[in-house]
Design a protein around this ligand. Structure first.
Ligand SMILES: C[S@@+](CC[C@H](N)C(=O)[O-])C[C@H]1O[C@@H](n2cnc3c(N)ncnc32)[C@H](O)[C@@H]1O
Length: 284
């Protein structure tokens, strides 16, 4: 006889626990809800429902892939960021809750009177940062830049799905890009993992996320240096730069920004009380 939803979640949680997955019941429930095309609450409303053979097979395959530490978002193809739904794949960094700190930093300075109209996102990946800012500031337009064509295709599709296509453009390019205009706001969550630390990342990141999105060079700061060396070509005087940084990198990145002509960097903490973003205004 086919198993009930309740027992399937229980069984899958056991398999995921064996594989050292961290939040097993949550992942098992989300995968089962995904197979049924229902919300997670459905599993509790209908705990005794039986799956068809086909549904059971699909669910078991997904649980096996999750047990091999493939990220949940790669299995469902979606990830929520700032309460918006983003398409994701192995071609883009999975949007992280920590990165919402960058959105908060932009909205904080907006509430203090800085009103950006043109936004540039360097290393846009899924487009989550640029598109979230554009969804929060309906009068703004922007450009997302990435070296990865596959990432740009996903960002473009996310812009379409979120109804922001007319206000967001995407271009292939690197940190030294010159788009022939200077923006009010430049944001970037560049790769910042130390090359030597890549092998120690958890399997979901190390084995499934794009290397191009992770490797920040020997001291993790290469991309900040490269972006700052080009900053006067892309950001207007009086414009704002907001960087996401890795754990412990905020003081160094703040100093680099001051050296590049920015005034008094501000540090912004994430929900784990880690300094996650550095923002500053470019002096004349
Ligand atoms: C850490 S991910 C951030 C993605 C997205 N902005 C986010 O916050 O989820 C860094 C992104 O930078 C891109 N990237 C890496 N090197 C680059 C370069 N030299 N020029 C432009 N983009 C680059 C990667 O492809 C990746 O999409």
């Amino acid at each position: 006889m086919a198993a009930s939803l309740r027992s399937l979640v229980h069984e899958a949680s056991g398999i995921l626990r064996q594989a050292d997955v961290s939040d097993v019941k949550r992942d098992a429930s989300l995968l089962l809800a995904y197979v049924l095309n229902e919300d997670v609450g459905y599993l509790y409303r209908e705990p005794d429902r039986r799956l068809t053979e086909e549904e059971t097979r699909t669910f078991k395959q997904l649980v096996e892939r999750r047990a091999a530490r493939e990220p949940l978002s790669h299995l469902t193809g979606h990830r929520e960021f700032w309460s918006l739904d983003f398409l994701v794949s192995g071609d883009v960094l999975d949007p992280r809750p920590d990165s919402e700190t960058l959105i908060e930093a932009v909205l904080l300075s907006r509430s203090q009177g800085f009103k950006p109209q043109r936004v540039l996102d360097l290393g846009t990946g899924s487009g989550c940062l640029l598109l979230t800012i554009l969804s929060e500031i309906p009068s703004a337009t922007g450009i997302g830049v990435d070296l990865s064509d596959a990432a740009l295709a996903i960002a473009q599709e996310n812009a379409r799905r979120l109804g922001i296509k007319a206000r967001a453009e995407f271009h292939r390019g690197s940190w030294d890009i010159d788009l022939g205009e200077k923006f009010d706001l430049v944001i970037s969550n560049p790769p910042y993992i130390l090359t030597g630390a890549l092998a120690d990342l958890q399997p979901e990141v190390r084995d499934f996320e794009p290397h191009l999105a992770l490797d920040g060079g020997v001291d993790g700061l290469d991309c900040y240096r490269n972006i700052l060396s080009n900053i006067r070509n892309i950001l207007r005087s009086g414009g704002q730069l907001v960087f996401e940084v890795g754990i412990g990198q905020a003081p160094d990145v703040g100093k680099m920004m001051e050296k590049a002509g920015f005034s008094s960097p501000q540090f912004h903490k994430d929900i784990g009380a880690i300094e996650r973003c550095v923002s500053a205004i470019l002096r004349d």
